[in-house]
Design a binder for this molecule. Structure first.
Ligand SMILES: O=P(O)(O)OC[C@H]1O[C@H](O[C@H]2O[C@H](CO)[C@@H](O)[C@H](O)[C@H]2O)[C@H](O)[C@@H](O)[C@@H]1O
Length: 239
């Protein structure tokens, strides 16, 4: 168990898929453990509100899965924030640009039924979990897409490639959040499982905080937990 700062002195950043909930075949087939909503509410209270959900998912999507959570949700890898029940974009995404990106991705996904297109307010994801041998095709397509649709860049995720607006990242979002009350002056702790969480965990460590990697795989995080259950245990017993 990593040595944690007291929750009254920590700014707690939690990734969602693969960290709070187990991965599932599709984004819509995840299971929210019965105890998770109360766990988050309890810790958020004990931490004086300094608990942030920070996800690649759209903020509204995450709110749909965790309707009891009233704290800050950073969605789309930082491209939008949900506060007080309202989602606000944090970057300008030109509607025409996004529409063209969606059209191209939709045409590509239409050629291969096992590729799943997930559309978000600020980007999209092409999932190949149903047929992992499509990885090269999806990587090549999204690399080309980022050359032709230059407002967006491709980021590998778990069995998926994300197209997100340029200049967006969980690390950048964390820096913005940490300038605000009640997070300012606290020790940032970032818990995540994916390559898209690595810059955020590195940023937390650079500020004197903690990066905690969930699961196997290379990481720059100095701490590791084996799975989502271990994360839940850590949250429950956070001093
Ligand atoms: O930043 P996160 O909260 O970890 O979100 C990252 C992406 O998670 C979702 O995709 C991943 O989880 C799916 C459900 O388990 C899984 O089917 C998929 O293969 C994973 O890549 C979500 O769909 C994306 O929008 C998030 O960006």
């Amino acid at each position: 168990m990593p040595k944690l700062p007291p929750c009254t002195e920590a700014a707690i950043f939690l990734d969602f898929d693969g960290t709070l909930v187990d991965l599932a075949p599709t984004p819509d087939s995840i299971h929210i453990p019965d105890t998770l909503p109360a766990l988050l509410t309890d810790l958020q209270g004990r931490a004086g509100g300094a608990l942030v959900l920070i996800s690649g998912r759209a903020a509204g999507d995450l709110a749909h899965w965790l309707p009891d959570f009233s704290g800050l949700i950073v969605g789309g890898h930082g491209a939008e924030w949900r506060q007080g029940g309202t989602v606000q974009p944090r970057v300008d995404v030109a509607p025409d640009s996004l529409a063209m990106l969606r059209d191209a991705a939709s045409a590509f996904a239409g050629t291969t039924p096992s590729i799943l297109l997930e559309e978000k307010p600020t980007g999209l994801v092409l999932h190949y979990r149903a047929q992992p041998d499509l990885q090269d095709r999806v990587e090549t397509f999204t690399a080309d897409l980022s050359q032709t649709h230059t407002d967006f860049e491709a980021h590998p995720a778990k069995m998926a490639i994300e197209m997100r607006p340029r200049g967006v990242g969980k690390d950048l979002a964390m820096a913005d959040v940490m300038a605000l009350e009640p997070y300012a002056g606290r020790t940032p702790v970032m818990i995540g499982d994916d390559t898209t969480d690595e810059p955020a965990m590195a940023w937390a460590q650079k500020q004197g905080g903690l990066g905690i990697k969930v699961g196997t795989g290379d990481t720059n995080a100095r701490h590791r937990l084996p799975d989502t259950l271990a994360v839940h245990r850590l949250l429950k017993h956070w001093p």
